[in-house]
Design a protein around this ligand. Structure first.
Ligand code: IMP
Ligand code: MG
Length: 205
């Protein structure tokens, strides 16, 4: 297992390692078991990675699912983005989510597991879930996030959304700070880090 101290931070814009790569891999193994147990009796499940942030997580997760004996797995991707770029603003009421296509044609009647990098305010994943259920007529939609942010001062609208919208599976809870690595970016940088690090937010404003 990789130790935190083995990760060398060589960029002043990063503050420190939050989750080391050994802990990530260990958690993915237990998460895979949780997911397998929740899908007992299901013949096939579509893992729908949300591009681009979830690409690394979903690649590790699908192999971990196979290792715990889950079969009938499909891998597809959907592209979703919020209209604003960069970090979120404080007190946001809502964000428009643009869903711009996926890598398969038809998921009507299918069991979908939406896999995203991080559940922050919840706009992205709740919009995707609605879309897959109501527009694309999936049989079921569950959600799995690598990280979930424990929000410090959400707007009343976000609080309401997060009260009703929960991820079915989550890897880790993190504090309400901008995190990067293991697929997560700031301005398209740092997706390649094998660990999760805290970004110095003042460097990216
Ligand atoms: P939400 O719609 O507010 O839940 O935002 C979710 C999306 O914002 C995620 O899919 C990420 O792409 C992005 N995001 C939110 N917080 C972070 C972060 O700390 N680091 C990198 N991306 C983030
Ligand atoms: Mg994302």
């Amino acid at each position: 297992m990789t130790n935190k101290t083995e990760h060398i931070i060589d960029d002043d814009r990063l503050q420190g390692v939050l989750i080391d790569s050994g802990s990530i891999q260990a958690r993915i193994e237990t998460l895979a078991q949780e997911i397998k147990d929740a899908y007992v009796g299901e013949k096939s499940v579509y893992l729908m990675g949300v591009l681009k942030g979830a690409s690394i997580f979903v690649s590790d997760l699908i192999r971990a699912l196979r290792s715990v004996g889950m079969r009938g797995l499909h891998l597809d991707f959907v592209r979703a983005s919020t209209y604003q770029s960069g970090m979120k603003g404080t007190g946001e009421k809502t964000r428009k989510v643009k869903i711009s296509g996926m890598t398969c044609d038809n998921v009507e009647g299918c069991s979908i597991l939406l896999v995203d990098d991080i559940l922050d305010q919840g706009f992205t994943l709740s919009a995707l879930k609605d879309h897959f259920l109501n527009e694309l007529k999936a049989k079921s939609v569950k959600t799995c996030v690598f990280l979930e942010k424990k929000l410090e001062s959400p707007s009343p609208e976000v609080l309401e959304l997060r009260k009703h919208f929960k991820a079915d599976f989550r890897g880790f809870e993190v504090k309400d700070r901008w995190v990067v690595g293991y697929g997560l970016d700031v301005g398209e940088e740092f997706r390649d880090l094998p660990y999760v690090a805290l970004a110095r937010e003042e460097c990216f404003r």
